[in-house]
Design a protein around this ligand. Structure first.
Ligand SMILES: NC(=O)c1ccc[n+]([C@@H]2O[C@H](COP(=O)([O-])OP(=O)(O)OC[C@H]3O[C@@H](n4cnc5c(N)ncnc54)[C@H](O)[C@@H]3O)[C@@H](O)[C@H]2O)c1
Length: 306
């Protein structure tokens, strides 16, 4: 694909990784980040990704960081918004974007949960608004859910999928703008049952993690649930569903056990206890293990593609 001008709105956790990904793919990237400290830290955070991959630091010359929206998005073919997860803020940013870019510039939101249909509801050119849900960290996790809003045109969808594929991502087309899209719905269906099992005393939280990592999780990276159903047969899948589904958790809304934990200030690693207990060392070890694993996978994928 020819080099394009790509803009990223919000240079925080997700924004800098998204910017890196496109710079590494040879595009010219403008980042708008309003917070001075965050803006100042962008080059250092980008450099740490260079070091992580062992890439050529020269690719960072493709990235310019701005304290104003207009110069960051000037002449952009695509804008990826990665600002805080608040609908009024995202609507305001998209309204400003509409005045700052060409009518056919593609406007993508990285929202985790807010439908881009809502974000773009008051715009004149709604056919160029689309959801692109990257997973954290966006330079390491391959999936991007590309969510077609009520108004997104087929051409905008096609161009967005192509840009992401060309940058080495695995884009998937989500046909309806449902809350949580696909990935978070699946992830939270699993968490919902896990929380209910621990709350009911069936096993402890550590056991849940072992069961997932050493059982279904050990094969999930190479065998999705639909393939797995086809592999064992839909007749067996139905037999199990007949016995099991009536017994699965159906608590309406978040489980009281989760609410109790949050109410008691047990928020996870940042407070030393959540479902499990953490020290700075054990929490650091989990982060380190995750980064090392994702990096290995990302490097292996780059080799396969090269
Ligand atoms: N963190 C994750 O794991 C994750 C994963 C997928 C999607 N997301 C989504 O990505 C988006 C960004 O999340 P994040 O984790 O990078 O948050 P973040 O807080 O790290 O970054 C957001 C950045 O936007 C900046 N900002 C604030 N107001 C702005 C404005 N008016 N215009 C431009 N920038 C502005 C902030 O200064 C901040 O640097 C959210 O919608 C979030 O739901 C996050």
């Amino acid at each position: 694909m020819n080099a394009q001008k790509i803009a990223v709105v919000g240079g925080g956790l997700m924004g800098h990784g998204i910017a890196y990904l496109f710079a590494a793919a040879g595009h010219s990237v403008g980042i708008f980040e309003p917070a001075p400290e965050t803006r100042a830290s962008v080059p250092e955070r980008l450099r740490s990704i260079v070091d992580l991959f062992g890439d050529d630091a020269g690719l960072l010359q493709n990235v310019a960081v701005h304290d104003q929206l207009a110069p960051a998005v000037a002449a952009a073919r695509f804008v990826f918004e990665a600002a805080p997860e608040k609908l009024p803020l995202k609507q305001k940013i998209f309204a400003e974007l509409e005045n700052a870019v060409a009518p056919d510039t593609i406007l993508a939101s990285n929202s985790s949960a807010i439908p881009s249909t809502e974000i773009g509801r008051n715009l004149k050119h709604r056919e160029r608004v689309i959801g692109t849900h990257f997973w954290n960290p966006p330079h390491l996790v391959p999936l991007v859910e590309v969510i077609q809003s009520e108004k997104t045109s087929g051409e905008v969808l096609r161009a967005t999928m192509e840009l992401l594929r060309d940058a080495g991502k695995t884009p998937v087309h989500v046909r309806r703008d449902v809350p949580g899209f696909v990935g978070n719905r699946l992830q939270h269906a699993l968490k919902r049952e896990a929380i209910a099992l621990v709350a009911a005393g069936v096993c402890d939280a550590e056991t849940i993690d072992i069961v997932v990592k050493e059982g279904p999780g050990a094969r999930m990276a190479v065998l999705g649930p639909m393939e797995q159903s086809d592999l064992v047969g839909l007749d067996l899948t139905l037999d199990i569903a007949e016995v099991l589904y009536a017994d699965l958790d159906r608590t309406a809304g978040p489980h009281p056990f989760l609410r109790q934990k949050v109410g008691a200030g047990m928020l996870g690693m940042k407070t030393g206890e959540g479902f499990r207990r953490w020290t700075a060392e054990t929490a650091g070890a989990v982060r380190e293990r995750l980064s090392r694993f994702l990096l290995q996978q990302a490097k292996a994928r780059r080799k396969t593609v090269a």
